[in-house]
Design a protein around this ligand. Structure first.
Ligand code: RIB
Length: 300
């Protein structure tokens, strides 16, 4: 079992030619509504790509909450641990995507911030019986760290995406088996800015030196650098034309853990995740862009 602890957001996405300057108004395309949120995206991707997945999170008692739960149920995610809290709105994200497929995102966390440490402790049995537990920073960070602590103490493989980035005490990395970061986050965690593959390698080594057992630095079109106990190296990504990169990192993480859970080697899981994320950027939205298993070259 894979358990994800994290956010659910309903995304409002508008395509623009370029991002506006402060104070500037621009015309955009039609609004695209899609299910998102880093936690839900990771859970959705892991389930669509073969994992048995539960999600611990919180949504409001509103229409967006209904839609997001239904979308997860469709791919087999166990949504029973998701709390429906009255008096709060489900998380929403306002997203701009430019002509190069790059994005800018503002998240109104809403119900995601109503997930408490006590809620996570109430799911201790689930966390302790999971082989892999995945978390991010889109719910309160105290909730994330408590989930990782409980899971790690029980022997689970723990995976943290520290996004949106908030500085943390590196001592906490003792609870983390895999730290999954993009170029920017790698620089923020390690203090080694990432500009290319060789700086990604230096940054990844610095992250491991700080206390994470393993790390993956994702590099967008350049693939990823993997620094692990069993394999270290650069995994290139298939060349594609990106139209929307929203959720690509979440798709990578979901695919990676689904494959690890299925018994793949780290190298094969990284290749699979690069393939899944590359397909996802050719489509709009976070969850709608996650490919099926059949679409990904398993490299067999
Ligand atoms: O990582 C992409 C996600 O970030 C979007 O789906 C949005 O909801 C924000 O959480």
């Amino acid at each position: 079992m894979i358990t994800v602890v994290g956010s659910l957001n309903y995304d409002f996405i508008v395509h623009v030619e370029r991002f506006p300057q402060p104070g500037e108004t621009l015309h955009g395309g039609d609004v695209i509504g899609a299910c998102g949120g880093k936690g839900a995206n990771q859970a959705y991707a892991a389930a669509r790509l073969g994992g048995q997945v539960s999600l611990i999170g919180c949504v409001g008692r509103d229409a967006h909450g209904d839609t997001m739960l239904q979308n997860l149920i469709q791919v087999g995610v166990n949504v029973a641990p998701i709390i429906r809290r009255a008096g709060t709105s489900s998380g929403l994200a306002m997203i701009l995507v430019d002509a190069h497929g790059q994005n800018q995102i503002i998240v109104a966390r809403g119900a995601n911030l109503k997930l408490t440490v006590a809620d996570v402790e109430a799911q201790a049995h689930l966390l302790k019986s999971s082989r892999i537990v995945v978390a991010q920073f889109e719910v309160a960070v105290a909730v994330t760290w408590r989930a990782l602590e409980l899971a790690h103490a029980a022997g689970a493989t723990t995976v943290l995406t520290p996004a949106p980035y908030e500085a943390f005490d590196p001592v906490l990395l003792r609870h983390v088996t895999w730290l999954m970061v993009n170029e920017v986050e790698a620089g923020q965690v390690s203090g080694v800015p990432v500009t290319d593959i060789s700086s990604a390698e230096r940054s990844a080594r610095a992250i491991v030196a700080l206390g994470a057992a393993n790390t993956v630095v994702t590099l967008g079109p350049q693939g990823a650098w993997v620094e692990s106990e069993s394999w270290r190296g650069h995994m290139p990504a298939p060349v594609v034309q990106a139209v929307d990169t929203v959720g690509a990192g979440d798709c990578f993480t979901g695919a990676f853990v689904a494959r690890l859970h299925a018994g793949a080697t780290v190298r094969d899981a990284a290749r699979f995740a690069c393939g899944a994320a590359a397909i996802s950027v050719t489509r709009n939205g976070a969850q709608p862009s996650v490919p099926s298993l059949a679409e990904i070259d398993l490299g067999a």
